[in-house]
Design a binder for this molecule. Structure first.
Ligand code: ZN
Length: 486
């Protein structure tokens, strides 16, 4: 096994899966390939589609081994990983497995060379295998040249392509290969995988720290192991959550929980104190806002779905906490709050006053808690109209009605009139409320239009009456007139 000059092999390479069974989270692909081998129905061209670090070229290499393994007289579903062919494919020295990086060999010349070599029989393997990574990077001419070979490849040749962007591959190529879509690794799979590797490496790492490592991997085994490499390098064989969070430049979840509590409790001082401490600690304001955004997004998910654990990448304990937090928000309040943070991101990049920008956002979030949607108000008014109070009154009227029918009827009539008057007045207030909102929106619009219409000429005209404006114009004769009229 190759290692760097300090004798340390990066984990992603050390633990690169050698058999189909070792591949994490892609059973739907590996099992299909193994069945194809058992049934002697292995195709000539395969395309592995998926985001980075999900195992595309790893699976292609294992398939190359399975086809060339010497443990049997023909391809085996489980390569032995001990024979000469298996070993040399693993260490990249096997002459009949040709790996090409599509990004740096994208021209027609490279594909022509490939075409010429295709005709030559394999040196020591059963099959000559071309693995082209990032195949979508090939030029149109290169694809055309490749197509001819793909149409009628010699029986000893197989093509395994890998891509992150299948839509850039011509349909003529796509129709000649069997496609496999690899999944982004499920968070729980990634979590237990990182745990297993850490145990293997004899690293003491608590569950909270593993959770952060798995989260940082965001669906990629390679990325998760790369983070694990870095934290081990930083803290040796005992890894804590703080170290991982510090390394990633993230902010501790506890900070977001505290901030959220302050917002929900309308505690301005406490909320601003969270911001102050984040800035003082030298945390990245953008990362902080992205973290808070993620927190509120999770609260929103917890608020709106039955099984949030299938969507939220957090521990069960933390999901419980999110569920509790969700009870303090209406759906509208959450959407409004998330919007506030989304708007802040581009602004934050543009300003030097980052602390002020963060404080402003926090104040807006606190204010957002007071927002009640018009729908809510209407719903409440309607429930007043038809609510339990009205029912109760009817009930009482009935009871009284039993005493003397005559009196009862009179009472009923009175109650009904009172009821109708009340309904009428509620309806009126709803109408008035609607009109108020409408006229306010219109007057705002008018004001805005008016504001744009004030021209320099008008101001000069105005200056005849207003000496203040006149003086300003005389003092700065060449200057633009800036509209400050509200
Ligand atoms: Zn073998």
């Amino acid at each position: 096994m190759k290692s760097d000059n300090q004798g340390y092999t990066v984990l992603a390479r050390k633990y690169r899966p050698q058999t189909f069974e070792e591949v994490v989270g892609q059973k739907h692909v590996t099992e299909t390939l193994q069945n194809a081998i058992r049934q002697k129905r292995v195709g000539q061209g395969y395309l592995f589609i998926g985001t980075r670090g999900v195992g595309k070229t790893t699976i292609a290499r294992i398939l190359a081994k399975a086809l060339n393994c010497l443990s049997g007289d023909e391809p085996v579903p489980v390569p032995c990983c001990a024979c000469e062919n298996c070993n040399s494919i693993s260490d990249g020295s096997f002459l009949d497995v040709i790996e090409i990086d599509g990004a740096s060999n994208r021209g027609i010349e490279e594909i022509r060379r490939l075409r010429d070599s295709v005709a030559i029989a394999p040196v020591s393997g059963r099959f000559k295998i071309y693995i082209i990574d990032e195949v979508h990077m090939l030029t149109r001419e290169a694809f055309n040249a490749l197509l001819k070979t793909l149409e009628e490849p010699p029986p000893h040749v197989k093509f395994f392509f890998a891509t992150t962007e299948p839509h850039k591959i011509p349909a003529t190529i796509l129709s000649r290969v069997q496609k496999f879509e690899l999944k982004r690794i499920n968070w729980n799979d990634l979590l237990s995988y990182v745990e297993k590797i850490a145990k293997n490496e004899k690293v003491k790492i608590d569950k909270a720290a593993i959770t952060v490592v798995a989260k940082a991997g965001s669906g990629s085994v390679r990325d998760a192991l790369s983070v694990l490499d870095q934290v081990i390098a930083l803290s040796g064989d005992k890894v804590s959550e703080d170290v991982v969070i510090g390394l990633l430049g993230w902010t501790d979840q506890e900070v977001f929980v505290n901030l959220n509590n302050a917002i929900v409790g309308q505690e301005v001082e406490k909320a601003l104190d969270v911001v102050r401490r984040v800035i003082e600690k030298g945390s990245d304001p953008e990362q902080f806002i992205l973290g808070m955004l993620q927190f509120l997004r999770n609260v929103m998910v917890a608020n709106s779905v039955t099984n949030p654990e299938t969507i939220i990448e957090e521990s069960p304990e933390f999901i419980d906490l999110l569920k509790k937090a969700a009870k303090n928000y209406s759906f509208e309040q959450l959407i409004y709050s998330i919007d506030i943070l989304m708007e802040l991101i581009p602004r934050l990049e543009a300003t030097e006053a980052k602390q002020t920008a963060l404080e402003l956002a926090v104040m807006k979030l606190i204010h957002a808690r007071k927002k009640v949607s018009i729908d809510d108000i209407f719903a409440r008014l309607e429930s007043l109209e038809n609510g339990p109070q009205a029912e109760g009154r009817e009930q009482r009227t009935e009871d009284r009605g039993q005493k003397t029918e005559d009196k009862g009827q009179k009472a009923e009539g009175r109650e009904q009139r009172a009821e109708e008057e009340k309904k009428e007045s509620i309806k009126e207030s709803i109408e008035k409320f609607k009109n108020d909102i409408k006229s306010e929106t219109e007057s705002k619009k008018e004001k805005k239009e008016k504001k744009q219409e004030v021209s320099k000429e008008e101001l000069i005209e105005k200056s005849k009456e207003d000496p203040g404006v006149k003086t300003a114009l005389e003092l700065f004769p060449g200057s633009e007139v800036v509209d400050v009229v509200e």
